[in-house]
Design a protein around this ligand. Structure first.
Ligand code: ADE
Ligand code: ZN
Length: 344
């Protein structure tokens, strides 16, 4: 029997909440800055990393939006995506759903096609060469008007079959989900799956609004749901998954440390909680570090860890046959390396 940390690292899992621009490592960021002749504020990689010292979501977004300006060409988007895919595969991620924020690029006059094609080529290569599946989700930037989100949806039309869904990120405070009700309605008509960042910094009411008004399939973060017990009960009854990112929440000061995180309480309340990396380069933690860090800090049991991996497949935007295949592989791994399958 392997130690629990090794089990957690090696078990097959899905990652459902990460931003490709947030996986841009400092070395690639510098390489792209030189390759494209785009000036950045920092002289060295260490100086850049020293700026990864955030006080809240906005302080992170400022650094993140500045960093992504080094992305200009199709190959740049490919390189960023490929580096993440190889890295997450090393954490035994067998299915990933990645966010891109098209508006962060099209506003800089990077054509949607340039961005999309670089990413899509890397996702296809991962399916061929890394023995994994990878889907793309486009994210609305909530600080911009509804009209800009509609324009993004229009630009995505030629690629609609290669896009799994639509989400929403950016500064949450002051930008309630309801602002994009009509865009989400259109997305659902297109057959896209839907999700929104809610209850990361914003109140529990934003989570309820994302569920009731946007009719989302999943909530990204959602940790502040625990301020409203009736909402927790609804999320449990509806089994609306929460894609939780524990290290992100600590780095952005939602919690003082991992020991204070409510992940365990949410799991114990019967919610479909998953663990993800969010912006692994900026938060210094790919998905396995989120699992093992939470396990150690919160004293999560083997059963909890099994449940988190299983939930990642339950919440993934995949078909029933694929889901069954992943769950069977998880169970086979678990039986071989740990023992009996924990009961729900
Ligand atoms: N964009 C990238 N990471 C984000 C986060 N944690 N919250 C909101 N928008 C984001
Ligand atoms: Zn996020």
């Amino acid at each position: 029997m392997l130690p629990l940390t090794a089990i957690v690292e090696k078990m097959p899992k899905a990652e459902l909440h990460m931003h490709l621009e947030g996986a841009l490592e400092a070395d690639l960021l510098f390489a792209l800055s030189r390759r494209n002749n785009v000036a950045i504020r920092y002289e060295t990689e260490d100086e850049l990393r020293a700026a990864y010292n955030f006080t809240n979501l906005q302080s992170f977004l400022d650094v993140y939006y500045a960093g992504l300006t080094v992305l200009l060409k199709e190959q740049d988007f490919y390189d960023m995506t490929w580096a993440y895919l190889e890295r997450t595969r090393a954490d035994n991620v067998v299915h990933t759903e990645v966010f891109i924020s098209p508006q962060a690029h099209t506003r800089r006059n990077i054509p949607f096609a340039v961005m999309f094609e670089g990413i899509d080529r890397a996702l296809r290569d991962a399916e061929k060469r890394l023995d994994m599946t990878a889907r793309l989700i486009i994210g609305i930037q909530r600080q911009f008007p509804e009209e800009a989100a509609f324009a993004m949806v229009e630009q995505a039309m030629p690629y609609r079959d290669r896009i799994a869904g639509i989400g929403m990120g950016g500064p949450e405070i002051g930008n309630p989900p309801g602002k994009f009700a009509r865009v989400f309605e259109r997305a659902r008509e297109l057959g896209w799956r839907t999700m929104a960042h809610a209850g990361e910094e914003g109140p529990a009411a934003f989570i309820a609004e994302a569920v009731d008004v946007l009719k989302v399939d999943r909530i990204d973060h959602g940790v502040r749901c625990d301020e409203d017990p009736a909402l927790v009960a609804r999320l449990r009854d509806l089994q609306i998954p929460l894609t939780v990112c524990p290290i992100s929440n600590v780095k952005l000061k939602v919690y003082p440390d991992l020991a204070a995180h409510n992940l365990k309480r949410l799991l114990d309340a019967g919610l479909c909680v998953t663990v993800n990396s969010d912006d692994p380069s900026y938060f210094d933690g790919y998905v396995n570090k989120n699992y093992t860090g939470s396990q150690e800090a919160l004293g999560l049991s083997a059963g909890d860890m099994y449940r988190l991996a299983r939930n990642s497949f339950t919440a993934a935007f995949i078909g029933p046959a694929e889901r069954q295949k992943h769950m069977a592989a998880l169970d086979a791994f678990w039986t071989k390396n740990h023992g009996a399958i924990p009961r729900a």
